[in-house]
Design a protein around this ligand. Sequence first.
Ligand code: PLP
Length: 373
Amino acid sequence: MIYLDYAADSPVCDEVLEVFTKASHTYFANPNANHILGKEAKACLEKTTDEIAAMFKVKPQEIIYTSGATESNNLAIKGVAEHYGRKGKHLITTYLEHSSVTGPMSYLQEKGYEVDFVDILPNGQVDIEHLKELLRTDTILVSIAYVDSELGVRQNINQIGELIKTYPNCLFHVDATQAVGKLPIDTTYIDLMTFTAHKIYGLHGIGALIKKEKIFLTPSIHGGVSTTPFRSGTPSLALILSMKKALELAFAGESSHYEKVQAFNQLIREKLAHYPNVLINSSDKAVPYILNISLKGIKASDFQVKLAEKGIYISTKSACTTPNTPSRPVMALTRDRKRALSTLRISLSHLTTSEEIKTFLEVFDTCYQELSK
Ligand code: PLP
């Protein structure tokens, strides 16, 4: 089995699982309980939050734990829109976003908010000139992914953030799900930032929203204050500790993992360039972890099935999109519906081996020859 779908999910790391198991036994008490076991759990939670906050150079009170990136994106977008709706009802996003960003945007459109989509340049990066044209005094939120999940394009977050800061009513939300642990993250101009553990060899069901202190949100989940008034519910200390471990490991390996994956990505690009019916969609602004291609005259789902029959697992698009519909990011980039309907996403990891890449390229060739007949 060769797994090349790491942008969708990653296998949990043993060390992370060990932390989870141990913490589940040690800190089973509710951190909000008034007795000694509760107080011990609370002290551990506070220490862990301090450490996670330090990794992102933010304040501990700026971390809101959630069940993952989908919840964080919903909380950020709907929470800002509802809280600041009196200042304006204009929102801006891109066609590159994950469904957990476009979903809340569509929901808000139905509630009377106006949503604009900023153009992207041929390299997949946001067209800053178009963003300048779209920004208004009643724009309350811009939501753009640090790295999108289909093309893997890395945005100029600081440049975009600096521009947004000239609009005092406007906040900047960044979905950093595909960037955290893979790139150095700079939160200077970011007001709200999403990430999740399961993309970085952590467990499912835990993520966070970083929300700068001065910002308010209408909560999505109401209840007791618990650790934060913005998200009720007993915090899962074991999951939080396990996410800290996943973050530590990802940050420690960040540059060496990047270099290793870059070499694999380069090799795949070089080899695939020889196939006349393969079009590379990820530009040189994409991170090496994601390589998106289109197949001319070959049904991508047939290709995916053929690869799977030979033990190779990749996806056609982001895992959370509707099957057999065009890829929105590729459509926005190329304005070519056929090309957007025939995408394959190869996503790599530091766990990928040279042997796996070699086999993948051989199997790719076999499938290509068979399906081109
Ligand atoms: N945002 C991006 C960019 C993603 O790639 C994903 C996962 O595919 C999500 C959000 C949703 O993450 P989660 O599964 O943690 O809700």
